[in-house]
Unconditional design. Structure first.
Length: 514
């Protein structure tokens, strides 16, 4: 079941695919494409230049680029050189970039010219080497040209260590400073071998349309490493746009599309408005990064006639923990079955297993669990107990083994001593006519402790509070009904689709106190 043949260092995978598919396009974007033969050559050349520029084994390379072919080459070369790739969101603010540069000790930073002022402004911990991907002939002192480095003669390199830290991926940071999660090539490719290849059937015949932000573990796993391991091809969107995705899908030569629930939600609405099916060549879609409601999942499959497989994953487990398999046995609304070879438990506050159907914290043990948090031994010790990673997510498991995520321990709304999972209320509100998106957040209440407040993106006018409460009362207990409703233009989310509830909560409190 687990495709162990797909787990190998880049020193093995890249030459293998270059020999098998030399002229096949591995990755493309709006500006350029690269074949497997060229990919192997550029990655090896750049890796050699990283070493020549002083990158030591275990040294860090920051990749501060938009989604692109250059992003792929820069990150893979860092790993091939025996270093550690550190993805940074291209729209990260200067302080966010500076934190990652300092925390990860980034020695080499690959970016674009527009970011040089932010790099020059770093007070301390400035990277020793700056590489720019868009030089136009002028080359400032102390700056290297990415294209020149990729075109350098290849050098002989030792094989990259598949069990060494090869990526530091920063958590979404919905609260507090993000933590750098240390992942290995083996842990990431194990997910492909246990999930993407055998369950989703990602293979060399596939052409993937990826709108995912590459700096997140979901995309780094599915849209980068797994594409290479399986010999597939991929078009990389710089960022998700409903219109652009519709236009690309219309080309008719994509077979798989990964995404997060909101992407599929907006594509479904747009396709319905325009009266056509952009997924006519796609055989399967994959959703992860945030909870997929049964309502959205069912409506998508009914509208387009293809499977939308939902799974659950987190950065600390190299992405996936569970996945729904193709076929009729799926349980919509659940996040599927644990991956083969992975151990999961649902436990109570005393670490005792909870019975089927009861809620408990999900803990995970397996080959895909992180090595730890970079530079944070206390946080690592708190998260990893006897090899089990404590996810902080609440879930239920049915007798057949299907898991349903019900919320997060720290996101639970505790109203007068009764627990409310925001996701449950959100799914109900999203079935109301005229609702495009919704998020539910707990806010402080003088007598009840916390109460749920619904933030709604409405197609036209915001429905009245009583109308929302009456609608929810059809399926939800009275203590779960929204205390207030607030109109917003959009729901703030991380790149992986998780709701940034703290932003909604902080804005609500500020307005209340104004």
């Amino acid at each position: 079941m687990i495709r162990t043949d797909l787990i190998a260092p880049l020193a093995t995978l890249l030459p293998r695919q270059a020999a098998t598919f030399p002229d096949k396009v591995a990755f493309e974007d709006r500006n350029r494409s690269i074949t497997y033969a060229a990919l192997a050559g550029e990655v090896c050349a750049l890796a050699g230049q990283y070493r020549a520029l002083g990158l030591a084994p275990g040294g860090t390379v920051g990749v501060w680029l938009p989604n692109s072919v250059d992003w792929i080459v820069a990150a893979l070369a860092a790993i091939r050189a025996g270093g550690i790739a550190v993805p940074i969101a291209f729209d990260a603010k200067s302080d966010e970039m500076a934190y990652r540069v300092s925390d990860a000790g980034i020695a080499i930073l690959v970016t674009r010219s527009e970011k040089t002022d932010a790099v020059d402004a770093l007070a301390t911990d400035r990277p020793e080497t700056l590489i720019l991907t868009d030089l136009d002939g002028t080359q400032p002192d102390g700056v290297s040209d990415f294209a020149d480095l990729c075109a350098a003669p290849p050098v002989e390199l030792p094989a990259d260590d598949i069990d060494a830290t090869s990526m530091i991926v920063y958590t979404s940071g919905t609260t507090g400073k993000p933590k750098g999660v240390k992942l290995t090539t083996r842990s990431m490719l194990w997910v492909n071998a246990a999930c993407w290849a055998p369950i989703v059937h990602l293979g060399p015949e596939d052409r993937v349309l990826s709108p995912l932000p590459l700096f997140h573990s979901y995309a780094l796993n599915f849209s980068v490493l797994s594409i290479v391991a399986n010999g597939a091809g991929e078009f990389i969107m710089e960022k998700f746009s409903t219109r652009e995705a519709m236009d690309l899908l219309e080309q008719g030569n994509f077979t798989i599309m990964p995404g997060v629930p909101t992407m599929f939600h907006y594509l479904m609405l747009a396709a319905k408005e325009e009266g056509w099916n952009p997924f006519h060549s796609v055989r399967r879609c994959v959703s992860a990064g945030a909870i997929m409601s049964a309502t959205l999942n069912g409506a998508f499959e009914e509208q387009f006639g293809i499977e939308l497989l939902d799974g659950y994953g987190i950065t600390e487990t190299s992405t996936m923990v569970t996945m729904n398999w193709p076929g009729e046995a799926r349980v919509l609304g659940s996040c599927g079955l644990p991956l083969p070879g992975l151990a999961v438990r649902l436990v109570d506050a005393e670490d005792h297993n909870v019975p089927f159907g009861e809620e408990g914290e999900l803990i995970v043990r397996g080959p895909n669990v992180m090595q730890g948090y970079h530079g944070k031994p206390e946080a690592t010790e708190a998260a990893l107990k006897a090899g089990w990673y404590r996810t902080g997510d609440l879930a239920r498991m049915d007798a057949a083994g299907y898991l349903t995520i019900t919320g997060r321990l720290k996101e639970l709304i505790i109203r007068g001593g009764q627990n409310i999972a925001p996701a449950e209320v959100e799914e109900t509100i999203q079935t109301m006519a005229g609702i495009r998106d919704c998020a539910v957040v707990g806010v402080a209440h003088e007598t009840l402790g916390e109460v749920p407040v619904a933030f709604i993106v409405a197609e036209n006018d915001l429905p009245a509070l009583q109308a929302v409460r009456d609608f929810c009362a059809r399926t939800l207990s009275s203590y779960k009904l929204p205390h207030d409703v607030v109109a917003v233009a959009e729901i703030p989310r991380t790149g992986s689709g998780k709701i940034m509830r703290f932003r909604l909560r902080d804005g609500y409190v500020q307005n209340e106190n104004a």
